[in-house]
Design a protein around this ligand. Sequence first.
Ligand SMILES: O=c1ccn([C@@H]2O[C@H](COP(=O)(O)O)[C@@H](O)[C@H]2O)c(=O)[nH]1
Length: 274
Amino acid sequence: MTVPTFTERLTARTLALNTRLCLGLDPRQDAYGSHTELRTHTLEVLHRCAELVACVKPQLAFYEALGLQGMELLEEVCAAARALGLPVILDAKRGDIGSTAAAYAQAWLAGRHAGSALTVNPFLGFETLQPFVDVAHENGGALFVLVKTSNPGQADLQGGGVSERVADELTRLGREEGKGLSSVGAVVGATHPQELADWRRRMPHAPLLLPGLGAQGARPDDLAGAFLPDGTGAVVSASRGIQYADGLDLSAAVQAAQGFRDGLNAALERARVE
Ligand SMILES: O=c1ccn([C@@H]2O[C@H](COP(=O)(O)O)[C@@H](O)[C@H]2O)c(=O)[nH]1
């Protein structure tokens, strides 16, 4: 029996639960009185929001900042997510010369992280993407390569055709896998709503990860252009806007996730009718 890949599981969960929301889990030390409180709250947000989301995206920086306890919590979050059937995107934005990229790929896309997806920084050149692609293929995982990030300062480097060149390389890599959505995805900020349909067309095989919902100002209403006609092909992530929707209130986190999920679905429905 073949094990479904990250992309297949993401698509299946999107359709089964009718959700295109990605739960960002970025525990911020200054929001809590103790590590126990941080751990309990983070895991509780995950459990309570699980049925509302297509996948989960821990940002490694927040776990690294907590030292060894943080790395233990990251493993706990990943194990809990997998037990809940949630595909995991490790947001680490790794990238280095090829031999080091191979080590990063082994660390985050193989072993106990087999079947996960990893965010990857392409700044060192296209040759450095190959180790990530290879290890993702071997382990049923995926990568999301930075194409157009959500922050305002991205224009300093990503303008002038650079993002387009990365996108075209991802299209080439994705095409090699054949039909349908590939294991080579792209990060495109939800903060660029007017560009989403163009990126979708330019990277027909790439699953898209759209960060920036909520705290960075992106709104569900504006994001329909990122999706394929069947409503798959993209997930939209919110971290602070869910985990800290109203301080540490767990009901508010669930309500926020429901609102984002429903808002995305309503926007898609409107786009279908128009
Ligand atoms: O272009 C990018 C790529 C990644 N991120 C990450 O997503 C979350 C956003 O957090 P919010 O609290 O929802 O703003 C965070 O982990 C970023 O590192 C991004 O924002 N933009």
